[in-house]
Design a protein around this ligand. Structure first.
Ligand code: COA
Ligand code: AMP
Length: 642
């Protein structure tokens, strides 16, 4: 289709020229208790607020309105867990029953509007009930991904100060059971904040020990509530009230608490389901992500349910559970119309089944589009998927700070001819500019910092949790009038966006966002380490993996190999297995500029076998040769200075 035949150009132009009119119209798809006079007030909040004075309830829109509006018997959730050997379908009527019951239990535990609830759970239906139960009573949930270690959970508990923590006895990884309860107990000894209660869902695989006086058994409390007829109804909240806090990596070890509001988020998500993903009420939508990530919040839970779709909750991997045909089996079984996953998942499948033999074994005729996000989609993988699957493959650009895509190919408006390698065009309300160091827009095909003109559209973060100043400093100070995305890239002459990498120390490992600064804090805490640098190096499967260089303190006589093994274990213990930190290399010194800045960028180029130039300000050029030699000794560096 040509750009002219798509509704996108006029629609995007209108969203910029008349944002209030555009989003007021989109807001008609949402049930409101009261509508405010204005759609956007630039005088409120840090850069303005969407839908001030509008009241609503997110759980009503995601659950009750469908349960009562003719979709009660339609599945809301298809839970599919090859790792637990379980499958379950939950209708909208059953979802309402479960969520109102659990919301009643939360009430009994003292949770009210505005209170925070930390949810540390695997991909099971109860985790979805938990999030929706919070939304029902106006509590603010904060989901913590299961692959994080106790210390990361502790820092989130300390920041969010939850009244109650919801958890389960275990998560199931193909290679092991992840016992959540000991991690939670440890986190609660580390955090200064003490929640009043923990509600623990016992899975059959592991029975968690409950702490008397603090821990409650989920099933018992729900059974008691059911017998007593305890339920909680949807409470009205302001559209500007927070629905959740989701922590993401910043440039230090202290994660950023991204705040998501209630009203603008619903409006943007609901628009995106039809406009971007081309999915209608009643259809099956599958986001093969995790509820611990933003994509899981938005596209496993809220967007499909707000739209009256059936969402697939898949507790498994793309490969190994049991094989590289798992995704295609799920598509056939549930008649999935759109699949959203990370390129790394496709690379894993391609590696195991390059000819797509297992793909051919399943009926994929329901699938109309495959969406990719979370990391750069390499053209090889995109072309492979397109050719094998025979459906359009749409790469779209995401960040946790936004609850939905910044750019993509709006298939629902009529797909645009997007070049492979591009993440498409800005979504409605997003005005994306490429800026030079002085903050001036550059022309097409020129690399720069990618910035979004303020105000951000609905669905984006209004601030960081109780850290307005950090929000301003992180995102708004560098380019006045803009929001700094910390991604670098360019647009072509047709306005298509190309994302080339981060401008900060964030790396992307198997679609997971991680801070190398946070890892350096862990390395530096080892008693024998004098200084260190962590960089992300190219990996065929995961896109990037972290690699740590350490200089040992003078006089340390222990074997470097032992220390390296301890460092690897330390990162796993402090940050978690999700960091995938397996490579620590001891060197005599780190390459630095004359002013003492570590040359991480050049080190990365050496490791990635990319051509590099000797930095003019380098203190001693031989230090880079030493890095190349150290990497070479591990079979990692191939190219020398240009
Ligand atoms: N709970 C506990 N541990 C977890 C976990 C969870 N929810 N998720 C991952 N881990 C662990 C893994 O078991 C692994 O542990 P190990 O070191 O003991 O093997 C470690 O964290 C690293 O995991 P990962 O980087 O995911 O590697 P993997 O080899 O297990 O799997 C892929 C590789 C590509 C199959 C997998 O990363 C994947 O499916 N990625 C897609 C990610 C995605 O969808 N992201 C969302 C963006 S939209
Ligand atoms: P997260 O906040 O975990 O969603 O990670 C956001 C970061 O992932 C972005 O800043 C990008 O660097 C990267 N990213 C997300 N989607 C894409 C994409 N489609 N192409 C390239 N990079 C992406």
């Amino acid at each position: 289709m040509s750009a002219a035949a798509s509704r996108y150009p006029s629609l995007h132009a209108r969203s910029i020229a008349d944002p209030e009119g555009f989003w007021r119209e989109a807001a008609r798809a949402i049930d409101w208790i009261e509508e405010g006079a204005r759609v956007f007030d630039p005088a409120l909040g840090i850069y303005g607020r969407w839908f001030p004075g509008w009241t609503t309830n997110v759980c009503h829109n995601a659950v009750d309105r469908h349960a009562e509006g003719g979709r009660g018997g339609q599945p809301a959730i298809f839970y599919d867990s090859p790792v637990a050997g379980a499958q379950r379908s939950v209708t909208y009527a059953e979802l309402k029953d479960e969520v109102s019951l659990l919301a009643g239990v939360l009430r009994e535990l003292g949770v009210g509007k505005g209170d925070r609830v930390v949810i540390y759970m695997p991909m099971i239906p109860e985790a979805v009930f938990a999030m929706l139960a919070c939304a029902r009573i106006g509590a603010v949930h904060s989901v913590v991904f299961g692959g994080f270690a106790a210390a990361e959970l502790a820092s989130r508990i300390e920041d969010a100060q939850p009244k109650v923590v919801l958890s389960a006895s275990c998560g199931i990884e193909p290679s092991r059971l992840v016992q959540y309860k000991p991690l939670l107990d440890l986190a609660l000894t580390m955090a200064k904040h003490r929640p009043e209660a923990c509600l623990i869902f016992q899975r059959p695989q592991v029975e968690a020990k409950l702490v008397a006086g603090r821990d409650h058994d989920w099933a018992t409390r729900c059974a008691q509530a059911r017998a007593a007829g305890t339920r909680a109804d949807c409470v009205p909240v302001e559209a500007t009230d927070p629905l959740y806090i989701l922590y993401t990596s910043g440039t230090t070890g202290k994660p950023k608490g991204v705040v998501r509001d209630s009203g603008g988020y619903m409006v943007a998500l609901r628009w995106s389901m039809e406009g971007l993903y081309d999915v209608r009420p009643g259809e099956v939508y599958w986001s093969a992500s995790d509820i611990g990530w933003v994509v899981g919040h938005s596209y496993i839970i809220y967007a499909p349910l707000l739209t009256g779709c059936t969402t697939v909750l898949y507790e498994g991997k793309p490969v190994g559970t049991p094989d590289a045909g798992a995704f295609w089996r799920v598509i056939e079984q549930y008649k999935v119309a759109a699949l959203f996953t990370a390129p790394t998942a496709l690379r894993a499948i391609k590696k195991e089944d390059p000819k797509g033999r297992l793909m051919g074994a399943y009926d994929r005729s329901s699938l109309r589009t495959l969406f990719l996000a979370g990391e750069r989609a390499d053209p090889d993988t995109v072309e492979w998927a397109k050719a094998r699957l025979g459906v359009p493959v749409v790469d779209h650009w995401w960040q946790t700070e936004r609850g939905w895509a910044i750019a993509g190919n709006p298939v629902g408006l009529g797909a645009l001819p997007i070049r492979v390698g591009s993440t498409g065009v800005p979504m409605p309300g997003y005005q994306v500019d490429i800026l030079d160091e002085g903050g001036h827009p550059v022309g097409p095909d020129r690399m720069g910092s990618i910035a979004i003109k303020l105000p951000l559209p609905p669905g984006c973060l209004p601030t960081l949790w109780r850290q307005d100043e950090r929000f301003r400093e992180s995102y708004l100070v560098d380019f006045p009038g803009y929001y700094k995305t910390a991604d670098a890239g360019f647009t072509d002459a047709n306005g298509q966006l190309f994302i080339m990498g981060r401008t900060d120390d964030i790396i992307n490992v198997a679609g997971h966002r991680l801070s190398t600064g946070g890892m350096e804090e862990v390395l530096a805490a080892h008693a024998d380490v004098a200084e260190c640098a962590v960089i992300g190096i190219h990996d065929e499967l995961k896109g990037e993996v972290p690699c740590g260089f350490v200089v040992l303190k003078a006089g340390v006589a222990r074997s470097p190999a032992d220390i390296e093994a301890e460092i690897v274990a330390l990162v796993r213990e402090r940050i978690g297995p999700v960091a995938a930190f397996r490579l620590a290399i001891t060197v005599n010194r780190l390459p630095k500029t004359r002013s003492g800045k570590i040359l991480r960028g050049t080190m990365k180029k050496i490791a990635d076998a990319e051509p590099w130039n000797m930095p003019a300000t380098i203190d001693d050029p031989a230090a880079l040769d030493e890095i190349a030699a150290a990497l070479g000794a591990r079979g990692l560096a191939k190219v020398t200075a240009a």
